[in-house]
Design a protein around this ligand. Structure first.
Ligand SMILES: Nc1nc2c(ncn2[C@@H]2O[C@H](COP(=O)(O)OP(=O)(O)OP(=O)(O)O)[C@@H](O)[C@H]2O)c(=O)[nH]1
Ligand SMILES: [Mg+2]
Length: 315
């Protein structure tokens, strides 16, 4: 058993995360120092300002309330003397909120293949996340195979094949229109025969309201389960961070329809709504595995509570 990467707040990697989250952290921290410096003592006005900022970053009502409760207790104890103290306190509160869901994906390769099934709405970043994840696993010395389970959208197969070529990873595919469960079944057979460590299956984007497509996901899970009772070992829900609070609603719906075991939040670099990660942590008890902060192959990071909180509270 080993973990896919570890939370490393050091050096260049942290700076990438910080840059990726700059739009969200800007909305939370910008001008806060000036705001605080002008006061004799901190008061309700500051709390109101923090509330506005957190809600503006799509942290959501519940997580915002929780953070404010923590801050106002500290305020009552006279701990928030200056802007730095406010940011330190916020960082600690955010870390505490995120820690329970910050659970790295533990890839078990004793009985390969370890199967990761990706699910999510159209354009969430599933295929790109698969490419990045495959690269990460390869770098850890694992053999990887991809299954082109998006047989729905034209060009979806080619998109995955391009990742396969780029990384030197085999891709099992059938033409568009084929049965997704059958592609993934074939891929599982092939992965087992070749002793591949990790099989990652792509699927078509779908809304929870598309009952035929949601049924397809359940069928894929059944077919995999007959091959190996433990499979899929991970059902990774990929969410587009730009969707803010809507991503939270999507997560709740997917969770109600398939057994989601992990979440990846993508495109945090393109949004000021990255606070949704806090809302996800507060509302869902689903492990947060990864965050995507760019389109590059290195822009997928294992989710780490401390470095995420730090990046969010750095001006
Ligand atoms: N900036 C940024 N772009 C990303 C990130 N992740 C994915 N994207 C982009 O988002 C777009 C959609 O990504 P895909 O991986 O094709 O999404 P998908 O969920 O597979 O989409 P469908 O197959 O249509 O359901 C692509 O242009 C990606 O490059 C990210 O973390 N940051
Ligand atoms: Mg795709």
């Amino acid at each position: 058993m080993s973990e896919t990467g570890s939370g490393n707040a050091g050096g260049g990697l942290f700076n990438r995360l910080r840059r990726g989250l700059a739009r969200t952290s800007g909305g939370i921290t910008e001008g806060l120092a000036t705001l605080v410096a002008g006061r004799k003592r901190l008061d309700d006005d500051l709390m109101e300002e923090m509330e506005t900022r957190l809600l503006g970053a799509d942290v959501g009502v519940e997580a915002t309330q929780r953070l404010l409760d923590g801050l106002s207790q500290r305020l009552g104890r006279g701990e928030l003397r200056d802007a730095e103290a406010v940011m330190d306190a916020l960082r600690t509160e955010i870390t505490d909120l995120l820690r329970p869901v910050a659970q790295p994906l533990a890839v078990e390769t004793a009985a390969p293949p370890f199967v990761i099934l990706t699910v999510g709405v159209n354009g969430a970043g599933k295929t790109t996340t698969i490419g990045k994840l495959a690269a990460r696993l390869q770098a850890e010395g694992r053999s990887v195979m991809l299954a082109a389970g998006d047989t729905f959208r034209a060009a979806a197969v080619e998109q995955l094949q391009r990742w396969g070529e780029r990384l030197g990873v085999p891709v099992i595919a059938q033409p568009t229109g084929a049965d997704a469960a059958s592609v993934i079944y074939d891929a599982h057979q092939a992965a087992r025969a070749r002793g591949i460590d990790v099989l990652i299956a792509d699927t078509a984007g779908r809304l929870h309201t598309q009952s035929n497509l949601m049924e397809e996901l359940r069928k894929i899970r059944r077919v995999l389960g007959r091959q190996d009772p433990g499979a899929p070992h991970e059902t990774l829900l990929v969410l587009d961070g730009c969707n803010g609070q809507n991503a939270l609603a999507q997560a709740e719906k997917f969770r109600d329809m398939v057994e989601v075991t992990g979440v990846a939040v993508t495109k945090l670099d393109g949004t000021a709504k990255g606070g949704v990660v806090l809302a996800l942590a507060e509302r869902l008890a689903i492990p947060l595995r990864f965050v995507g902060v760019g389109e590059g192959v290195d822009d997928l990071r294992p989710f780490d509570a401390e470095s995420f909180a730090e990046a969010l509270t750095t001006e």
